[in-house]
Design a protein around this ligand. Structure first.
Ligand code: SF4
Length: 297
């Protein structure tokens, strides 16, 4: 905490290098600030709160300012949410978490990321199905009415809807891995999972039991060196390691022979600092009408 006149600063040092965190609307930091206000507002007259997150290992600093009034309003909402959570926890404690209705869970990327119940949580399963269900035909119902006018419906699926589903893909993929691992763990523990079993997977690549024995046997067959060994030129990365530091003159003679193909276009969020690619397909085609007109002259 830093008290700077009427300004209360909360600085949070996060030393991991996993996930970048922003200070804006950050509930954890707002709760820290409420704690500081509760303890020190009698001694200081604060009107602004500044929240900071420092992540030195990600070279990231994030800052967000809010008024004390806005922070207190957040505090009231947090109190209501905490009261509801305490009631829910008490019910779960007495009657078991599995008795809670799905709507008391608020699944989401942040809160579910490290949850151990991810593979088996009904609320998360339901929410992921809701995200994708619109795009699939329900095979348990009559299919004809569902696919009638399908072409028009495909046209109606606009890019905003596509973007909404796309934004959930990482989360859904992480849930898919959790379910895969969960089923694997159940089967490995010897428990029954309906319709599934463990089988031996694809065997690994073939290898010599001992390289020396294989080499001696091949030599005894009088094979030529080029038949026995495969030589390949070292890669630019290996050449760089070999020469750049110890022999920069030799390295400079090689550098011009290295090329790197351009990266394939990939999707990034609009906030990504890289400039957007300008896609223009107009120049990919010749104007045949102009060529035809010329040939007629
Ligand atoms: S997986 Fe289920 S229990 Fe775990 S945080 Fe998400 S909603 Fe809550």
């Amino acid at each position: 905490m830093i008290f700077a006149g009427s300004e209360l600063q909360i600085h949070d040092l996060k030393f991991g290098r996993g996930v970048k965190v922003d200070a804006e609307e950050n509930k954890q930091l707002q709760l820290y600030a409420l704690g500081a206000l509760n303890q020190f507002s009698l001694l200081h007259d604060f009107d602004t709160v500044l929240l900071f997150i420092h992540q030195p290992r990600l070279n990231h600093v994030s800052e967000w300012a809010l008024s004390v009034n806005a922070l207190n309003a957040f505090g009231e909402r947090a109190q209501d949410a905490a009261a509801a959570a305490i009631t829910t926890a008490a019910v779960a404690d007495c009657e078991g978490a599995e008795t809670l209705p799905i709507d008391v869970f608020t699944s989401g990327e942040k809160q579910c990321r490290f949850c151990k119940a991810k593979a088996t949580c009904s609320a998360l399963t339901q929410s992921n199905f809701n995200t994708v269900a619109d795009d699939f035909v329900d095979l348990s119902r009559d299919i004809a009415p569902q696919i009638s006018g399908a072409k028009e419906r495909i046209n109606a699926c606009d890019t905003a809807h596509l973007a909404e589903v796309y934004s959930q893909l990482d989360f859904i993929e992480s849930w898919c891995s959790a379910v895969r691992n969960g089923v694997h763990a159940e089967l490995e523990a010897g428990r029954d999972v309906p319709c599934y079993k463990l089988v031996e997977g694809r065997p690994g690549n073939r290898a010599w039991v001992t390289t020396e024995a294989a080499e001696a046997t091949l030599k005894s067959m009088r094979l030529k060196k080029e038949e026995m060994y495969s030589f390949t030129l070292i890669s630019p990365t290996k050449a760089e390691k070999l020469l750049k530091k110890d022999n920069p003159r030799r390295w400079s003679k090689l550098e011009w022979l290295i090329f790197r193909s351009a990266g394939k276009p990939s999707i990034a969020p609009a906030s990504d600092p890289r400039p957007a690619l300008i896609i223009n397909h107009e120049n990919d085609f010749d104007d045949l009408t102009a060529i035809e007109a010329e040939s007629l002259i």
